[in-house]
Design a binder for this molecule. Structure first.
Ligand code: ADP
Length: 423
């Protein structure tokens, strides 16, 4: 209780005494009651005054909170930040910076915490001259990472030197992947193009009047031209699917009819290799949410591979089923399609790389069979757009099994017209 309250109690007691005298009776309970009432009124008045005082002085408390708030903001910044004082000691290394230079950097000389000489030089230059500087550098351990460092003088009471890092690793990797992709695509196109140009020269030269050679060379040129066309078709498909990958499809698709149509389109190729393709599906299979054309392409690529790399005179089993599963949309019913062959199989170490663009286990065999090296990359992107999963199992010598799981579409509500996916 504050001084005012004690004063009010005493005045209350005095007032009570006066009342007692005035009333001519001894009424101690009355004086005590008055005293308590006065004390209560004074305490309430005191509390109000304290609140008013606090409200009239907000600037002082905000100013006090600022350094802590600034430190907190820097601590949670995603970019690594280091602050160094005028004597060259670290005064702050935020969480992102501690992940780069180690945990206990604060209070140490900056030369003891920055291990890249060019970054240290830039920091020292700015600390001494006050001139801002920027450099790019790479750290090689534990994994290679690329950064851009920006150093500037901040504040003047006292001045600090700030080092800010931008992690450019993801950007560099994307640039490298793009450059590799262009190099690979050009190489894949250059090979058939060189063959076609060579045969054109031969036909114009010494084979000009050789009818038999002309027939043979024209046949080869047609095969090579077909290879270029397939490659360009696959490149365009891949680009289109990648552009749409972040837009989930919205149609309802009957997967059994998709798988049957994909298999039917490949039946001449299966017949040419004497491969039997069988389809097994339960009576009532839920629809999936998807885009029919893309799903046809997905299963055509998988069935085509099963025929190409399966056994001549062998078997391809297409099995549809439902399962409870986990997709990127969460848990729920999934429709599963497995494409199994009894071919040569895939070496274990190659399985994680199969969906990389232009990766082939056996380049010669893939080319002989008309492969572009892009089929499974396309499969991966279509599965990803449909928020599904792809698993690959294989026993060398015993065949391969590619399984695609796609989330079942939500149950149709009565009266809701079905979306005609073919449109
Ligand atoms: P490609 O056009 O070469 O067939 P894909 O991307 O479709 O390209 O497949 C990549 C590679 O994966 C193939 O070259 C082949 O080595 C391997 N592969 C794919 N499917 C099978 C399969 N069913 N059996 C064995 N190997 C396969």
């Amino acid at each position: 209780m504050d001084r005012k309250a004690w004063l009010a109690i005493s005045s209350g007691l005095v007032a009570g005494a006066f009342v007692s005298v005035w009333a001519g009776t001894l009424a101690p309970w009355l004086s005590l009651g008055l005293a308590l009432l006065c004390a209560l009124a004074a305490a309430l008045a005191g509390r109000r005054a304290r609140l008013e005082r606090a409200a009239s002085a907000p600037k002082a408390s905000l100013e006090q909170a600022q350094p802590a708030a600034a430190r907190d903001i820097l601590e949670h910044l995603a970019a690594p930040v280091l602050l160094i004082d005028a004597s060259g000691r670290v005064v702050l290394a935020n969480r992102a910076m501690r992940a780069v230079i180690g945990l206990d950097a604060e209070k140490k000389p900056v030369a003891a915490v920055l291990r890249t000489p060019s970054v240290l030089e830039a920091v020292e230059r700015t600390r001494i001259s006050g001139e801002p500087s920027s450099i790019a550098f790479t750290v090689h351990v534990p994994v290679e990472r690329h950064y851009e460092a920006h150093v500037a003088r901040v504040g003047n009471q006292p001045p600090l030197t700030a080092l800010l890092l931008y992690d450019l690793t993801a950007v560099r990797r994307a640039e490298e992947a793009r450059a590799d992709f262009v190099a690979n695509a050009s190489h894949e196109l250059r090979t058939p193009l060189a063959a076609v140009s060579g045969f054109i020269d031969t036909l114009k030269g010494h084979a000009k009047d050789d009818a038999e050679a002309r027939e043979k060379f024209l046949e080869i040129m047609s095969v090579e031209a077909g290879r270029m066309r397939r490659l360009i078709d696959d490149l365009l498909s891949l680009t289109r699917i990648e552009q749409n990958e972040h837009v989930p499809p919205s149609g309802r698709v009957d997967l059994e009819s998709v798988v049957r149509d994909a298999a039917a389109a490949l039946s001449p190729l299966a017949a040419a290799d004497n491969v039997e393709v069988s389809i097994e599906a339960p009576a009532a299979l839920p629809a999936v949410t998807g885009q029919r054309d893309e799903l046809i392409q997905l299963f055509q690529n998988l069935i085509h591979n099963a025929i190409k790399y399966g056994r001549r005179g062998g078997h391809v089993w297409l099995t549809l089923s439902t399962a409870a599963g986990q997709s990127r949309r969460g848990s729920g019913a999934m429709v599963t399609v497995s494409v199994k062959d009894d071919g040569e199989g895939i070496p274990r170490e190659a399985i994680p790389r199969l969906t990389e663009r232009f990766y082939r286990v056996d380049v010669k065999r893939s080319r002989e069979r008309g492969g572009t090296g892009l089929g499974l990359a396309i499969v991966k992107h279509i599965v990803s757009r449909h928020q599904g999963r792809l698993t690959i199992e294989s026993q060398p010598g015993q065949g391969s099994n590619f399984t695609v799981m796609l989330p079942a579409a939500p149950a149709e509500q009565a009266g809701t017209p079905a979306v005609t996916e073919a449109l």
